[in-house]
Design a binder for this molecule. Structure first.
Ligand SMILES: Cc1cc2nc3c(=O)[nH]c(=O)nc-3n(C[C@H](O)[C@H](O)[C@H](O)COP(=O)(O)OP(=O)(O)OC[C@H]3O[C@@H](n4cnc5c(N)ncnc54)[C@H](O)[C@@H]3O)c2cc1C
Length: 435
């Protein structure tokens, strides 16, 4: 154990402590004790401390995926374990659990390499990967989980395991690993990408027909190669002075693109026919600028969201989805539709489900959980005929709903791993994984 300084003790109701503040502000953390480990030995000590006293264990790196409130028990805050080690010759990187994707992008770029990171540089690399990890170049390279070489994890039995391909623990952690233990380090492959063609093409949702734009997007996705990854978004921006003038008070429809080939301009040309372009940030860019493609909010806030992986996007259902989530509903609902397929469809030795999905619909809103559900459930209901399941990484506050996160066979196998490695259920149920 590296020293008592890494273990913070305090009673509940100190929710302003920095270890308890995360990106998601909808849910408070009020544990009985917080452990802030500096190394794997500290994590083992924290889990054993909890196991000996039969206390629950919550884990947090950044709070982007905080599943819900925490009351009592032990919190393992991994912020202090933030070492990134790139091996340029092997094209791999080792990341500790407090590492954010922005750090990995910055560390890999001088070697002409890039990770399979997502849209936001502030998201934690480890938890993102445990949930699959749908990256900006996902259709070309597959899920982040598909690139993991090994993981070290302290499981609910208080033991440290090294999980390699072929083992049941490796299979379970990559796709269903949010409640099996504390991953203390993993090694993941990097890809040789220095630059890409990307950005977004935005339209005013009051000048173009949003449903027609979604239809055009769906038709366009049938024509693009696997090397092009994209998503459609519909966002009713509030009328706030802090927003850029071209977004303020507007219902913005956009298509976000990332492509490593040289023919990006030609490939996106049909999208320009959707209507008058409100903003166009498509360009060749160094990979280090790839976070500008989505420009996700980077400030803490409260949100609730869920997702549906679809076998296809029906035009009628797409139109109804936008009607139920558009500006006239009187609440801000962010709709994102990710084009899946390509390398995402390739089988891999992990538990990431729904590989035959063609689209992922993500809905996000603010406000209290029950009200948010009442708003989003009818929209997901419209998509039900083509819904294969849900994606664990986009269950923002909705992880307590276990159903649909995995197919029955995967769910059963994950339950078996959970009962082996977390027999006392220290890490709790949720995210669809229970013993
Ligand atoms: C703005 C934004 C953009 C996003 N973009 C993408 C995207 O492009 N692609 C994508 O796939 N996902 C994306 N996500 C989802 C994100 O990957 C998940 O929410 C992920 O769980 C966040 O990890 P974190 O460490 O940042 O969050 P945290 O809230 O710190 O962790 C989330 C949960 O993961 C578990 N966990 C954390 N650390 C560990 C560990 N070391 N060992 C075991 N379990 C652990 C815990 O159960 C914890 O509650 C995005 C989320 C947000 C808010």
């Amino acid at each position: 154990m590296s020293g008592c300084a890494s273990i913070l003790w305090f009673m509940t109701h100190q929710s302003d402590h920095s270890e308890l503040i995360g990106f998601q502000t909808a849910f408070d953390l009020r544990p009985d004790a917080v452990f802030s480990p500096s190394d794997t030995d500290d994590v083992v000590a924290a889990v054993r401390h909890a196991a000996d006293r039969k206390l629950s264990v919550a884990v947090e790196a950044t709070g982007h995926g905080r599943p819900g409130p925490v009351t009592g028990g032990v919190l393992v805050s991994t912020k202090g374990m933030d070492r990134v080690t790139v091996d340029p010759a092997a094209r791999t990187v080792r990341v500790q659990p407090g590492v954010r994707w922005g750090q990995v992008v910055a560390a890999a770029a001088p070697h002409g390499l890039a990770p399979i990171n997502g849209s936001a540089p502030g998201v934690g690399a480890v938890s993102y990967t445990l949930g699959g990890g749908l990256g900006i170049l996902a259709r070309e390279f597959g899920y982040a989980a598909d690139h993991v070489r090994w993981l070290d994890v302290v499981t609910g039995d208080g033991r440290l395991h090294h999980a390699s391909p072929g083992s049941e623990l490796y299979w379970a952690l990559l796709g269903g690993g949010h409640r099996l233990g504390v991953v203390t380090e993993l090694e993941i492959g990097l890809v040789p990408v220095r630059t890409l063609y990307g950005g977004s093409l935005a339209f005013d949702g009051r000048q173009v027909d949003p449903a027609a734009a979604l239809r055009a997007y769906e038709a366009w996705t049938r024509t693009v190669p696997d090397g092009l990854t994209s998503s459609f978004a519909a966002v009713p921006y509030p009328d706030l002075p802090a927003l850029p003038p071209h977004l303020r008070g507007r219902y913005v429809i956009s298509v976000r693109v990332a492509h490593t080939g040289a023919d990006g301009d030609q490939l996106v040309a049909p999208l320009r026919e959707i209507g008058p372009v409100l903003a166009d940030s498509l360009r060749e860019m160094p990979y280090t600028e790839s976070h500008t493609i989505h420009s996700d909010p980077d400030f803490p806030h409260a949100y609730y969201g869920d997702s549906a992986v679809l076998s296809g996007l029906d035009p009628e259902e797409g139109g109804e989805l936008l009607r139920l989530t558009g500006p006239e509903v009187g609440a801000m609902v962010v709709v994102q539709v990710n084009h899946l397929g390509g390398a995402l469809a390739r089988p891999a030795g992990n538990s990431v489900p729904w590989r035959d999905g063609r689209f992922l619909v993500r809905l996000l809103t603010t406000g209290e959980r029950e009200k948010a559900r009442a708003l989003l459930d009818p929209a997901f209901g419209v998509l039900a005929p083509r819904t294969l399941g849900r994606a664990v990484n986009f269950a923002f506050g909705a992880g307590d709903r276990g159903e649909g996160l995995y197919d029955p066979e995967t769910q059963k196998r994950l339950a078996g791993v959970k009962s082996t490695y977390d027999p006392a259920n220290l890490f709790g149920d949720g995210y669809g994984v229970s013993a």
